[in-house]
Design a protein around this ligand. Structure first.
Ligand code: AMP
Length: 215
């Protein structure tokens, strides 16, 4: 099992790299932005609330977002068993703490955070191009500026948070898609090897305990 948070500013390539990671590792993709856009398209109650914030480049309030995430985890127990890529969640320190608790309740944790780091001018260029190609409503210059401001204020402190937890893996997110993916795979392979080593050590300790109890 591998739970990965793909982290970075809007336009840093989280969606593209998530798709490649799913293909390679068979992980379940949870993109909170996609879920919200789907609600907006279907005109649900949540969609109406989400649209209010998304069109202003603001974050949806934590409590609402946390309910959405809990639903996604609870309704997909099979899909989430192999591990999840969290794309666009967490976006605040509070969300990160809640995610950690939610995973602990389910007997697991965040194994790694992949931080895609991209210069600001490239982010703006990429989002403007995406807006032209896909018609995504929040990819216009005014909203992009607001989203970047919100990112710096509310989301970027998470980098420090995950560095302190020893989980942050920095990846240069500016360049060719395949090179970036290769860097991500290198980080994840190391994380997987370490996890396996830890599990073996735990297994050995348990066996020793059992032997001591018996004899
Ligand atoms: P994204 O597709 O991840 O760029 O998300 C698009 C928009 O959805 C963001 O600008 C936010 O308004 C909203 N959103 C997505 N995920 C979250 C989250 N975890 N917390 C709050 N708002 C979110």
């Amino acid at each position: 099992m591998l739970n990965v948070v793909i982290f970075g500013a809007p336009g840093s390539g989280k969606g593209t790299q998530s798709a490649m990671m799913i293909h390679r590792y068979g992980l379940h993709h949870i993109s909170t932005g996609e879920v919200l856009r789907d609600h907006i398209a279907r005109g649900t109650k949540l969609g109406k609330v989400a649209d209010h914030y998304i069109s202003r480049g603001q974050l949806i309030p934590d409590e609402l977002m946390i309910d959405v995430l809990a639903d996604l985890l609870d309704n997909n127990p099979k899909a989430t068993a192999k591990g999840v890529i969290f794309d666009g969640f967490p976006r605040t320190i509070h969300q990160a703490r809640v995610l950690s608790d939610m995973l602990a309740e389910r007997g697991t944790k965040v194994h790694a955070v992949i931080g895609l780091e991209v210069p600001e001018d490239r982010l703006v260029y990429r989002m403007m191009s995406r807006g032209k190609e896909t018609g995504r409503a929040d990819d216009n210059l005014d909203t992009i500026k607001k989203r970047l401001e919100v990112y710096h204020r509310q989301t970027s402190p998470l980098k420090e948070y995950y560095i302190n937890e020893g989980k942050y893996h920095k990846v240069d997110g500016d360049g060719k898609v395949d090179r970036i993916f290769n860097d991500i795979v290198n980080h994840l392979e190391k994380v997987r090897a370490e996890e396996e080593k830890m599990m073996q050590q735990e297994h050995q300790l348990k066996q020793e305990d059992r032997r001591q109890q018996q004899g």
